[in-house]
Design a protein around this ligand. Structure first.
Ligand code: SF4
Ligand code: SF4
Length: 70
């Protein structure tokens, strides 16, 4: 299991890197531009911009994202 966790001021996001295939759906869908791809994996580099809409969780085809508000 390769699960990375980021703690922001308001939210916690975990991404299972065994599941993430780097397709960039979360990067595209997030209205707050929280994510970017690094080495073909998603990283929530701007986690504190998150508006807790849950689009990333709902649109990840791999169900790789866990979010404390979703
Ligand atoms: S949508 Fe899911 S599989 Fe695609 S880059 Fe984001 S975390 Fe990875
Ligand atoms: S919950 Fe919404 S704003 Fe927050 S990271 Fe996911 S898509 Fe972006």
């Amino acid at each position: 299991m390769d699960i990375k966790t980021w703690d922001g001021d308001k939210v916690t996001i975990s991404i299972d890197y065994d599941k993430c295939n780097g397709n960039g759906a979360c990067v595209e869908i997030c209205p707050a531009s929280v994510y970017e791809l690094q080495n073909n994996k998603s990283v929530p580099v701007h986690i504190d911009e998150c508006i807790e809409c849950c689009a990333c969780v709902e649109n990840c085809p791999q169900q790789a994202i866990k979010h404390s508000s979703c």
